[in-house]
Each structure stands twice: as structure tokens, then as C-alpha cells.
Design a protein around this ligand. Sequence first.
Ligand SMILES: [Zn+2]
Length: 282
Amino acid sequence: MNHVSTSGAPVHDAAPTRQWRPGALVCSAAAVHAGAAGAVLAIPGSVGWAVGSVLASHLALVGAGLWPRSTLLGPNLLRLPASAEGCVALTFDDGPDPELTPRVLDMLDAHGVRATFFCIGERAAAHPALVREIVRRGHAVENHSMHHRWHFSLFGPGRIWKDVSAAQQLLTDLTGQAPRFFRAPAGLRNPFLEPVLCKLGLHLATWTRRGFDTRSGDNADRVTQRLTNGLAGRDILLLHDGDAGTDSTGRPHCTTVLPRLLAAIDQAGLRCVTLRAGVAAG
Ligand SMILES: [Zn+2]
């Protein structure tokens, strides 16, 4: 179904909302809370045990949220589905960047491949033409939060809603296409995120391999190796076109690593697809 964005541009294929179902860890934490409350009422002297159990369940929830590739808090796309065998998804976080993003786009064009850009809302608002250019060249723009706060995983449900929905609205307005995927800042989150994503029709997407390319000092070989060691079909690969780290000569990793990674993908006989195309293949 098509909608009209607040800017008047048509929105194609607006993301359908999803039904939220609490993950296994959230269910067990709720059970621990109920059990502890019941024990305190029914069993004299059980307060210490009850408090300890509740604290342990909270620690487990926090731990799961601080592990980007965890699936304990809900669905988390770590690899493309089996139907996308032979494909990999290149993803770029933290842009758009007026200097780096155009260079990355030119490299992708030169190689004839499509990629996925997890844009930060406030950067997209500062460079709207660049966001439209990403889509014009056949790539996908997805949601990487409005402000990319380092303490995103400490937000309550209201603040998560405000941050993620603001970016969703902005990116939809700019591109005419509703983002389908959300990637949390640094991959860190908490149990309040998944219900928000369901309401917005978004799916959490993390990665299979990342190059740690926001760190400066590593040479391009090391960053490339992290992405290509074990490279296989269905991999979701993470690079950054914003906040990029640099090598010892000051060159941003994404510009030196990307050509090597594309060569490795070719050599392995794999094909680059956007996340949404790779998932739609299922
Ligand atoms: Zn990021």
C-alpha cells in the first residue's frame, strides 16, 4: 500500500507493523519476578533469595542487551536467510557523511553493487540530498536512530520510541521509502526496544562480521581480514561511512578496505544485495 509522507512525497511499501512477542529471556525474567513476589508473601525468610533472583534476572537482561549478536531479547537478523545463499549484504553505519559517503557510493557504482546504509537521523537531516542520492543509486537506507546516543541502551520505552520513530519519519520523508531495519547504536539495546520496532514495522539487524573500522591505527589489512576471514554466503558485513577510523597514513578505512573486500567477495563467487532484497529472497 502506498502512503503520502508529510513532505508530500509518495511512500512506497510502508512497513507493516508486527505483533510483539516477548523473547524467552523476557518471559523468564517476568516469571522470576512473579515467583519472587509470591515467595516473599508465602515463605518467611525468603526475601534475600527473592531479591537475589530478581537482580540475577535483571543482570541477564542487561547482559543480553550488551551483546549485539544476542537473540535472547527478540528477533535479531545476524545472517541473510537460507534462500539468499550465494549473497552477502554490505552495510554502512553512521552516515551520511558529506565527504566519505559520496566516495563509497562511487566505489560501489564502479563495482556495480548495491549496499545498505544505516543512516543516523540527525545526519540525514543535515544532508538530505545525500540521503536521496543513496536511494537514487539503488541502495537502501535504513534506521540507525535519530541521535546515536552512546547510552541508547539505558533509555526507557518512551525515549526509545521518540528516538527511533523520529528517525523513521525523517528517513521515510526524505526517501519516500520506509526503513525496514533498525540497527542499535553500537549494537547495544535493552528489552524496551523490540516492542517499539514491532510498532514501527522494523526488524533488528546486526551483523555476521565487522571490521572494527571506526578504530584508528589498524592497517587496512587487519580491518579487511576481520571481514574476510571465513567470508561466506548470507554474511551481513559491517563497515562505517561515518565516524570512520583511519590508517597510519590518515586514510579512512572504508575507502581502503572496501575495494579489497569487494575483490574478496568476487573471488569467493558471492553477490552483493541490500538487506531488504536478501531477506525478500526468503
Ligand atoms: Zn553506529
